[in-house]
Structures are given as structure tokens and as C-alpha cells.
Ligand binder design. Structure first.
Ligand code: SF4
Length: 255
């Protein structure tokens, strides 16, 4: 299902109490990912979304979620710069897992026209490019939810080293069910459930994002995300970075 983001009214995020995040984190910090997802769904029901890149490790979280409910809204950021293999994988994996509500979030036409009319902003300003292609579309889509689930893990390093299992962000609750899992647990889960892997993993991509900003990694000891924005200080696209208070996304707001 594709959503024209420019046609969607931006609503303020559904506010939840900050103390709820702390209470849920205390309860779930050592729990199995499936227990965390069940609790998230039990608590928030249809106000819970799951954000997935359909990247190198995405099959694990999506498979876990499909055991809780196949109808959980899955938000997929189709930036317009993804590898064709990712688009194919998004379709085949969603079908294999029986997910019924995968939403393709695309950048607003107005944002592209104003800020990136030649689709080459990534060459000069990757933060601005991620902002219009990822941050704004996701903010718009999340307005109808009170909580969302991510696939982030501590072993990815950087800012993720201190990742909580449940955290408060932008008036919403974020669940990170895989925060505690390492590569061994992920590989074992994939093998146990015979999950299909992203086709680029076998070509040397331990993490897969947009084609202009993702490179294969030769060094087996390098960080999982070493091929993302390689050679730049940038390590995150911005969707997990705290926004300034009151910074509401608007169509046409490019940077
Ligand atoms: S990852 Fe690169 S191409 Fe994709 S939105 Fe960010 S800067 Fe643009």
C-alpha cells in the first residue's frame, strides 16, 4: 500500500505519560523479544506501529511481530533511493510472513520539488536528504500512533550502545525488542525459522540503506553499520534523533 504523504494531514503525536516508558522498561529490560512485542501490542493495540527498513536484519523482528499479530501496521520508508533488491525483498518477505498492513511511506512531492528537485541532495547534504526522505515522512505517519517498535540493537555500537528496551521519545513510546540481542542470537533465530535473508547480504552488505549511501564492507571485524555513510561522521539518518520541542513537520519544510 502506498501513501501520498503530501495528502496526509499531520497530526500531533498521541501523547503518553513519560513514566509509562520507565515502568515498561523496568518490566521488560531482560525479557525475550517476543514477550516485549506481546506486551507492546497488549498495551497499545492499534496505536502501535512497527518501523522496518526491510534491510539486512529485518526478517527477525518482522517474524516475531507476525506471531503477535499479522495486522500490525508496518511502516516502510521508501526513500526513492533504495536498492531494487530491497523493494523486491519488502514484497516477498511481507508475503511470506502474511503481513497485511505494510505501508510504503514516500517523501512528499512538495519537499522533493523545493529541496531536492534533481535527486542529488545526497551528494552535498546527507542530513537534509535524510530529513525529507526519511524523517518527515515517518513523523507524518507516526502522528496516529502512541507507540512504535524499532529493530535497533546495542551491538551496532555508536549511540546504540546505551539503547533502552523501552524509551520515551517525542511524546510516544519506543520499543526496541532486539536491544539485547547480538549477531549470534539473530543468526540462530534466522536459521531456526528458515527466514530469507536480504539478497545483498551475500554480496558483502552487513547493513543495507539507500544505494548512494551504502557500501559493502570487506573487514569482517568492522562495525555492522560501517558501510553506511562511509567516510562521513554521520551514523544515523535522524529518525531516532530527538526533535526540537514543538518542531512539527510540514509539507514543504525541506531542511
Ligand atoms: S541515506 Fe542517503 S540517499 Fe537515503 S535519504 Fe539519507 S542521504 Fe538521502
Amino acid at each position: 500500500m502506498a501513501y501520498d504523504q503530501s495528502a496526509i494531514e499531520v497530526k500531533p503525536a498521541v501523547a503518553v505519560q513519560p513514566t509509562l516508558a520507565a515502568r515498561l522498561d523496568a518490566e521488560l529490560r531482560d525479557a525475550h523479544p517476543l514477550t516485549i512485542l506481546r506486551k507492546a501490542y497488549e498495551t497499545f493495540g492499534d496505536k502501535l506501529a512497527l518501523v522496518s527498513s526491510f534491510g539486512a536484519e529485518s526478517a527477525v523482528l518482522l517474524h516475531l511481530a507476525s506471531q503477535v499479530s499479522k495486522d500490525i501496521p508496518v511502516l516502510f520508508l521508501d526513500t526513492g533511493m533504495l536498492f531494487g533488491q530491497t523493494l523486491d525483498y519488502r514484497k516477498s518477505l511481507a508475503a511470506r510472513l502474511g503481513l497485511t498492513d505494510v505501508r510504503d511511506l514516500r517523501p512528499a512531492f512538495a519537499d522533493l520539488a523545493v529541496t531536492d528537485p534533481k535527486s542529488d541532495l545526497w551528494r552535498t547534504d546527507t542530513d537534509a536528504c535524510c530529513h525529507i526522505r526519511k524523517v518527515l515522512p515517518l513523523d507524518r505517519a507516526l502522528g496516529e500512533f502512541a507507540a512504535w517498535t524499532t529493530g535497533r540493537k546495542r551491538f551496532h555500537g555508536g549511540d546504540r550502545l546505551r539503547l533502552a528496551v523501552v524509551e520515551q521519545a517525542e511524546g510516544q513510546i519506543k520499543f526496541n525488542p532486539l536491544a539485547n540481542w547480538g549477531k549470534a542470537e539473530l543468526d540462530a533465530y534466522v536459521a531456526e525459522h528458515d527466514l530469507p535473508t536480504h539478497p545483498l547480504v551475500s554480496q558483502g552488505f552487513p547493513s543495507v540503506g539507500c544505494w548512494p549511501c551504502t557500501k559493502p564492507v570487506d573487514d569482517p571485524n568492522a562495525d555492522v553499520r560501517a558501510g553506511r555513510w562511509a567516510g562521513q561522521d554521520k551514523t544515523e539518518c535522524g529518525i531516532h534523533v530527538a526533535r526540537a520541542p514543538g518542531a512539527a513537520p510540514t509539507v514543504g519544510e525541506g531542511i
